[in-house]
Design a binder for this molecule. Structure first.
Ligand code: LIP
Length: 287
């Protein structure tokens, strides 16, 4: 059967995403300054940018512009190009920036390519782990070319659940309230510090589930496809797609249970101290 034009486009985008992620990852891993510091902060004093975040995004966007000059680009550190091809690259040049700043191993380069609002390819390259996670729409998920599948859904009380916390103290306080309700109900919690890697850990069965509120599109764009192509369901609140409001990923059965539990925790009095009263649309996430 001959390849279609779409097949050829997906193959080209995947190859380019892999090349860009590896080149940026090699640079970040082998050229990290011993005295790496904070170059700037964003939403708060703990929402940091390093010179390496900026350099990594410049390396990636330069390669993409050279190879596919008509594509759009959205990057965490400011890259923003509308493009004319219909293809948009979504880039997190270092996901897990605080881990990278502190010299902790859990960080990754995350690159996704979307067309007409659908993610066609996703690559998450984790150099310290020595692992590259990749997926193409309809083509399955691979880790260093080995096929990957989610772990079968366990009972809720046996689930190992990943999560994360935002950069704003008020939001972290509310996230801690939700976590306080959840911790005694599941096997355990893991907080790795990189949403992209957390989503890949769901894809490979190293986590049973992951949820987080307040992510940016570039945090989850690639990991979402990688998790879905490995058999996970992903989304936000029940019936809603994943978004900065809420990102949930888990195998079927556990996914729905976790979504419902988080929705319940969202409205419980303990997780809304002083929060808005419940409304017909739910009690709303404050902060
Ligand atoms: C990080 C996410 C992580 C979240 C952090 C931060 P960054 O992205 O990957 O899951 O908990 O607060 O948002 O800022 O390292 O690209």
């Amino acid at each position: 059967m001959t390849d279609t034009a779409d097949d050829r486009l997906v193959a080209e985008l995947l190859e380019l995403a892999l090349e860009a992620a590896h080149r940026a990852g090699d640079f970040l891993h082998h050229s990290r300054p011993a005295d790496l510091g904070v170059a700037a902060t964003k939403s708060s004093a703990v929402d940091v940018v390093t010179e390496m975040d900026i350099a990594s995004e410049k390396l990636i966007t330069g390669l993409l512009a050279d190879r596919r000059p008509d594509d759009g680009v959205l990057g965490e550190e400011g890259a923003s190009v509308a493009g004319t091809s219909g293809v948009q690259w979504v880039i997190d040049p270092i996901d897990g920036t605080v881990n990278y700043l502190y010299g902790l191993p859990s960080w990754a380069v995350s690159i996704a390519a979307r067309k007409d609002g659908e993610t066609l390819v996703g690559v998450v390259h984790a150099p310290v782990r020595g692992e590259t996670y990749r997926a193409a729409l309809g083509g399955g998920t691979f880790v260093n070319d080995r096929p990957a599948r989610v772990r079968p859904a366990p009972a809720f009380g046996l689930a190992l659940v990943g999560t994360g916390f935002g950069y704003l103290a008020e939001r972290r306080a509310r996230q801690a309230e939700v976590l306080r309700e959840l911790v005694p109900e599941v096997r355990d919690i893991r907080r790795g510090g990189s949403a992209a890697i957390d989503l890949c850990d769901v894809a490979t069965g190293r986590l049973d589930a992951y949820y987080e509120r307040g992510l940016n599109h570039w945090d989850y764009a690639a990991g979402d496809l990688i998790a879905r192509e490995a058999g996970a369901l992903t989304g936000g609140r029940p019936g809603e797609p994943l978004s900065p409001e809420l990102t949930v990923a888990a195998p079927p059965g556990l996914f729905e249970a976790l979504q419902a539990r988080l929705d319940g925790a969202r409205c419980s009095p303990t997780s809304r101290p002083g929060g808005p009263p419940p409304t017909s649309a739910g009690c709303g996430w404050r902060g």
